[in-house]
Design a protein around this ligand. Structure first.
Ligand SMILES: NC(=O)c1ccc[n+]([C@@H]2O[C@H](COP(=O)([O-])OP(=O)(O)OC[C@H]3O[C@@H](n4cnc5c(N)ncnc54)[C@H](O)[C@@H]3O)[C@@H](O)[C@H]2O)c1
Length: 278
């Protein structure tokens, strides 16, 4: 504990259960001295265990569908009232693809599903920031973060339309981040996180495979949900005031690797087995 967020106020979106990156970030933020409000979609409240987290962190829970601007307006007004002042940080930890859920291949997208997933996973970030901006609800030198994945830059075939959603999300961070920085001195960044075992993560086809692959490829191994939470805490703190408009890779080095010894060894072994069937 470093008291990095002493006296700061924030909203955490997306804590579904104890595996959620948002759940662990909420715990860490409070350990670091912050007061928080928790929020999630009304349907997730029924499925998840967010009240347990609320009790643990002394936080109030306000339901909000992040695609609904009215919900967002009510959430921001209530959070400012409950926390006793403007906000210092916000975590957008939200993602969902209906095409992925329904098992539709990328080449066979249902465009109504695509639009829904885009609204939840990407456009909601614009809606959230627009409400925060118009209500002037962020303190100067505040920090806003959304979570993303490297499929926004490189091909991971089973990540499906979430790859496109993440590319859009990262672009919103830069575009809105300009206005938030210029007008309100607020930072906006995305963290591009390693594959992490959560409800959203494990829902992606072949997740086990690319989790294990990334682990072997990355010199430091995959970043865990706790590692991600800790990184977010530094970005919410006053120690990173001039970091903005960035997509920050938090992946044990994966994004700059070409090949690792461990992956090469596996490949050579399978080549050997192919050539010498027993
Ligand atoms: N798990 C991974 O491998 C991984 C890797 C990189 C980035 N991410 C990103 O991290 C973020 C958090 O995901 P997670 O892995 O902790 O999984 P998670 O399933 O625990 O969290 C996703 C959250 O999105 C919420 N959500 C869905 N629709 C919503 C709506 N309309 N309004 C408000 N909230 C809504 C869900 O209720 C859930 O709490 C997501 O943006 C995800 O894409 C995850």
């Amino acid at each position: 504990m470093y008291n990095l967020l002493k006296g700061k106020r924030g909203i955490i979106f997306g804590a579904l259960d104890s595996k959620s990156i948002a759940w662990i970030t909420a715990e860490r933020a409070v350990e670091e001295g912050a007061s928080i409000v928790l929020t999630n979609a009304p349907v997730a409240m029924r499925m998840g265990t967010i009240n347990e987290l609320a009790e643990k962190t002394g936080a109030q829970v306000i339901p909000c569908d992040a695609t609904n601007v009215e919900d967002l307006e009510e959430l921001i007004d209530s959070a400012v009232k409950i926390l006793g002042g403007k906000l210092d940080f916000v975590l957008h930890s939200i993602g969902m693809s209906v095409n992925v859920r329904k098992g539709l291949h990328y080449t066979e997208e249902d465009y109504d599903y695509t639009q829904k997933g885009w609204d939840v996973s990407a456009l909601s970030f614009h809606k959230l920031m627009s409400v925060l901006y118009k209500k002037d609800a962020m303190n100067e030198w505040g920090s806003i973060i959304a979570l993303t994945y490297m499929a926004a830059q490189r091909v991971f075939p089973d990540y499906n339309d979430m790859a496109d959603n993440k590319a859009y999300l990262e672009s919103i961070a830069r575009s809105f981040g300009y206005f938030f920085g210029r007008d309100k001195k607020v930072r906006v960044n995305t963290i591009s996180q390693s594959p992490t075992v959560t409800t959203a993560g494990s829902g992606v086809k072949g997740f086990g495979g690319f989790f294990a692959f990334a682990e072997k490829m990355s010199p430091l191994g995959n970043a865990t949900a706790l590692d991600c939470a800790n990184y977010s805490i530094t970005l919410f703190s006053d120690l990173t005031r001039k970091v903005t408009l960035q997509n920050l890779f938090h992946d044990g080095g994966f994004s700059n690797m070409g090949i690792s010894d461990a992956i090469m060894d596996d490949f050579m072994e399978s080549q050997h087995n192919e050539q010498n069937p027993s």
